[in-house]
Write a protein that binds this ligand. Structure first.
Ligand SMILES: *Cc1c(COP(=O)(O)O)cnc(C)c1O
Length: 361
């Protein structure tokens, strides 16, 4: 039985809206669905300014540009994350300064962030990593602009507020494996009117009426066809999050006791990809993969990747990266398949990983 890590499920108006967008001939970065999808996202991001962009990485670049990040500037980034936040900093010629994660929340550690501040530090990118919010009350005390990367945390909450408004600017991704998806897409959100104006300019060539360019911009716009798919997905926001929560519950019931689920220590997290950890991670992942289950070890920490290499130590990031892995998570994953995956993991602990032994069992 082959089971992918993630899968896309259209249960709503995706096809209908996309077809409507195509037929309208508004297929570029303007049109009704751009406006409607941005509007629909406002309550789900806690922000009254939502700018749709081509993808989550562009969202981060635009957010950094809006804060005026330049070559020579330093931006604090957690050592364990998908690489996009660090890459965005580098692409602007600035320096990502890696900070170890908190051993409980797995998000950027605020005390270690404080220790990493220099006279060149201009901002923090806090990632709501694997659906768990970062500790914004503590990060706020560092008195630096905060970019909240909520790409993996659609609908998570911190201090009873939905993620998207805890920093100065937040970034979302709607890539095909994210909870709410339109294939490739992203959003930049803020409640700061001045920043919102800059974001809108930067996304659209830094351009005002009459081809005036008061700032350097890029073209980071989402297309109307993509926004049409996004709007249909946003209409099913709560359903998508609830389904993934149920998947997490089912894993929780059936996973062997040696395998633990990623801890949740404050706020309310969401289950982007079911993330578990154990001391023999590589053995478990290998066994699952041999049986057609697309389980995966999580990211290699940034300090172990060539562009971000440093000799500094990140013990929490290193430990989590050695033990954590992802289990298949998508909106129509049946309980029976989750039980099957868990029974395969049980085989590892029962010493039944030999292919013939299970085939005849
Ligand atoms: C997926 C992801 C991104 C990048 O989003 P894209 O839409 O793929 O460019 C950025 N940050 C984090 C934390 C992510 O998980």
């Amino acid at each position: 039985m082959k089971i992918p890590l993630s899968n896309v499920v259209y249960v709503g108006n995706e096809v209908k809206y996309a077809q409507d967008a195509l037929q309208s001939t508004w297929i570029g970065g303007g049109g009704k669905y751009i406006t409607d999808a941005a509007e629909a996202l406002k309550p789900h991001t806690g922000c009254h300014h939502v700018t749709l962009v081509a993808n989550g990485t562009q969202a981060l670049i635009v957010a950094l540009m809006a804060l005026g990040i330049e070559p020579g500037d330093e931006v604090l980034v957690p050592a364990l994350t998908f690489a996009a936040p660090a890459a965005a900093v580098k692409l602007l010629g600035a320096t990502p300064v890696l900070v170890d994660i908190d051993c409980d929340s797995w998000a950027i550690n605020p005390i270690k962030a404080r220790d990493a501040i220099t006279e060149r530090t201009r901002a923090i990118i806090a990632v709501d990593v694997l659906g768990h919010p970062a500790d914004y009350n503590a990060l706020r005390r560092l008195n630096l602009p905060i970019i909240q990367d909520s790409a993996e945390a659609h609908g998570a909450q911190y201090s009873s507020k939905i993620v998207g408004s805890h920093g100065d600017i937040a970034c979302f991704s709607f890539h095909a494996n994210k909870i709410i998806t339109c294939g490739e897409g992203g959003a930049v959100t803020t409640n700061d009117d001045r920043l919102a104006e800059r974001i809108r300019l930067i996304v659209n060539h830094g351009m005002k009426e009459g081809y005036r360019h008061p700032v350097v911009g890029t073209n980071a716009r989402m297309t109307n066809v993509t926004a049409a798919i996004l709007l249909a997905q946003v209409e099913r926001w709560y359903e998508a999050i609830e389904t993934r929560r149920q998947i997490l519950d089912t894993y929780q019931q059936h996973l062997p006791k040696q395998v633990r689920l990623r801890p949740v220590v404050f706020g309310q997290s969401v289950n982007w990809l079911t993330t578990a950890y154990c001391s023999n991670r590589d053995e478990v992942v290998r066994h699952l993969r041999e049986r057609g289950i697309d389980a995966r070890a999580i990211w290699i920490p940034l300090h172990r990747n060539q562009p971000y290499w440093t000799s500094a130590k990140y013990p929490n990031a290193t430990q989590v990266a050695e033990q954590a892995f992802w289990l298949p998570t998508y909106n129509n994953l049946p309980d029976a398949k989750i039980r099957h995956i868990c029974s395969l993991i049980q085989e590892v602990y029962d010493g039944r990983t030999d292919r013939h032994a299970t085939a005849h069992a």
